[in-house]
Design a protein around this ligand. Structure first.
Ligand SMILES: [Zn+2]
Length: 245
């Protein structure tokens, strides 16, 4: 029964992940996501219902468009799988606390959309950052206690540190990443945020090295840091949950 329940929750999360892909790919380029039907970005063919089943359609079509056989970006099934896994984790940890479940589902969904947007366009739209800020404040208000002065000082310290780093190293961290980490530090505090930066830097470094060694990218290529920051924030959150048990 538990396996059936988690399979349903996973697929429910994957359906949302498919929608988050649409938001992350369309909003940054100001494409309407409510009226424009899903289509192949290569041949522009409108996708039918049978083409829209998360993960299943990708596997059945072997990762290719059913109409022009163009390769579908692995980003789409990946975001569906990640969203499905997050849904299972949230249910596992917060099934008895609906308010926390909703607040964290909103935050993690936004982090996934931000990761997709940054991966595709190397930018994190301000409207996503604003929603994330609202989500973080809402989530902190649902907790039994939040030390707001410490949270603000942590956020200010992270912002100052990264802002001056970005001035000194213009090709290093981007403005969107500075804002993202300043917002996240409101929820995480100073030390866990520094750990998020460290974890993201290591994983981005390994990814870059792997891409370079397999000759998929040059040394001059800019790397999106947002996906690594978002993933590291989620990892640190659940690590904190496990260590608190
Ligand atoms: Zn196509």
């Amino acid at each position: 029964m538990t396996i059936v329940a988690y399979t349903c929750i996973f697929y429910f999360g994957a359906i949302f992940g498919s929608f988050f892909s649409v938001l992350g790919t369309r909003i940054p380029v100001k494409e309407n996501f409510t009226t424009t039907r899903s289509h192949c970005t290569h041949c522009q063919h409108t996708l039918q219902t049978k083409d829209l089943f998360p993960i299943v359609s990708y596997v059945c079509h072997r990762g290719k468009c059913a109409y022009c056989a163009a390769k579908i970006d692995v980003l789409y099934p990946t975001s569906e799988i990640i969203s499905g896994c997050l849904a299972c984790l949230l249910y596992y940890f917060y099934a008895t606390d609906l308010l926390q479940l909703v607040a964290l589902a909103f935050l993690f969904s936004l982090l996934l959309i931000i990761a997709i947007a940054d991966y595709l366009y190397l930018l994190i739209p301000d409207r996503f950052q604003l929603l994330l800020l609202i989500g973080v404040v809402f989530r902190q208000m649902t907790l039994p206690f939040t030390d707001w002065p410490t949270a603000f000082i942590s956020s200010l310290a992270i912002f100052s540190l990264l802002f001056f780093t970005s001035l000194a190293l213009p090709d290093g961290i981007g403005g969107g990443d500075v804002k993202l980490l300043s917002i996240l530090s409101l929820a995480f505090g100073l030390e866990p945020t520094l750990f998020i930066i460290l974890l993201a830097s290591f994983s981005a470094g390994f990814y870059f090295l792997h891409s370079y060694l397999t000759k998929n990218c040059s040394l001059r290529r800019r790397l999106p840091f947002g996906p690594f920051l978002a993933a590291s924030a989620v990892v640190v959150h659940f690590a904190q949950m496990l260590s608190a048990r």
